[in-house]
Design a protein around this ligand. Structure first.
Ligand code: BMA
Length: 340
């Protein structure tokens, strides 16, 4: 077992259940009362999934992908004392532009949430003449100001790093097409000011392993460790019944995160339970957030299940890092700086 240093807050009330004695393979186990968010979770919302949460004022806050009853997804704020039982605002997050005028996206889905230098950023997928990335900032979870869209279409799965790297904000994304994209690698881009993005680099491609052989996409905010950035992401397999979404893990170089140091050949979690295999889109486990407690190394992983529910799983950060390292294969496309 490595003695791993992690940069994370102390979260004594992190949700937790002990590791089952009979756990085989990847050191990740599910909350026994999953799914933690069921169907029709709030008025006007049929399903909540692919959502992100954070510790906030000794409790928890989150941004939730809510599929309205007209089928259009938007982002809703949610609150919890224990990060397991959630209540939601009935109204969508009221985004505004820099001048304070209402500025709602046409649709918004798969939000991620991260604090960088005291500001909370929500990053999601939205219409920008095609699917692309939206960003907004807040300091109080009351006023949400949208920032100019960082990338031209088509793009999804944007994940912002929790601190600047070499003086710049850094964001992962996954260029795509306008539909259910049958390809996709993870790229990284930098910005000095959250407005102008450049220095685009390739981070990692779809894998040679079958579980991630169609496409991959960033998942949760990367976790800073003494081994590098721990990235929990999703990998997609193609079957005669459609895509299957599993959870994967990789470790990126701390100063040059376009370099993949380790990449786990095996998935960390794959659809196995009824709420992952059965729903609006079967066979989807789609991670969007983790909560980490520095004192105990505990990690709570939040993932969308079958585009219908929110699932919660647990792990120890040091065990995940060890597992990734001992099951790692990296290719030249992973380890190169990613500029051509
Ligand atoms: C992706 C995204 C996700 C969704 C997944 C499986 O393309 O749209 O929101 O969970 O497909 O349907």
């Amino acid at each position: 077992m490595s003695s791993l240093n992690i940069v994370a807050p102390e979260v004594p009330n992190i949700p937790w259940q002990e590791k089952p004695a009979n756990l085989a393979d990847a050191p990740v186990w599910r909350h026994t009362e999953n799914p933690i968010i069921g169907r029709n979770p709030s008025p006007g919302v049929a399903r909540i999934f692919n959502s992100a949460v954070l510790p906030y004022n000794d409790k928890f806050i989150g941004v939730f992908r809510g599929e309205q009853k007209n089928g259009i997804p938007h982002i809703y704020l949610g609150y919890s004392d224990d990060a397991i039982h959630w209540t939601f605002d009935e109204e969508k997050i009221p985004f505004e532009d820099e001048e304070g005028n209402p500025f709602m996206p046409v649709y918004a889905y798969d939000p991620r949430l991260v604090e960088v230098e005291g500001v909370y950023y929500i990053v999601w997928c939205q219409d920008f003449y095609g699917a692309s990335i939206g960003i907004a900032k807040t300091t109080d979870f009351k006023k949400f100001v949208r920032i100019e869209n960082p990338f031209i279409p088509f793009n999804r799965n944007a994940v912002l790093f929790p601190r600047k790297i070499n003086g710049n904000f850094a964001m992962l994304s996954r260029p795509s097409d306008s539909g259910h994209t049958p390809f996709g690698d993870i790229f990284i881009s930098e910005s000095p000011d959250m407005t102008y993005w450049g220095k685009h680099r390739h981070v990692m491609g779809k894998g040679s392993e079958w579980w991630e052989s169609v496409k991959i996409g960033g998942g949760a905010t990367p976790i800073e460790t003494s081994e590098g950035w721990l990235l929990i992401y999703h990998g997609v397999s193609g079957t005669c019944n459609g895509f299957v979404y599993s959870v994967g893990g990789a470790i990126l170089d701390i100063d040059n995160p376009s370099i993949v140091k380790y990449r786990c050949t095996e998935f960390l979690l794959t659809p196995e339970e009824w709420y992952e295999e059965r729903g609006f889109v079967p066979n989807v486990t789609f991670p969007c957030a983790t909560i980490v407690d520095k004192a105990t190394n505990r990690m709570a992983i939040y993932y969308g299940a079958a585009d219908t529910y929110v699932g919660l799983a647990y792990a120890y950060v040091n065990e995940i890092v060890d597992y990734i390292k001992t099951h790692s294969v990296v290719t030249e496309a992973d380890t190169e700086i990613g500029i051509r």
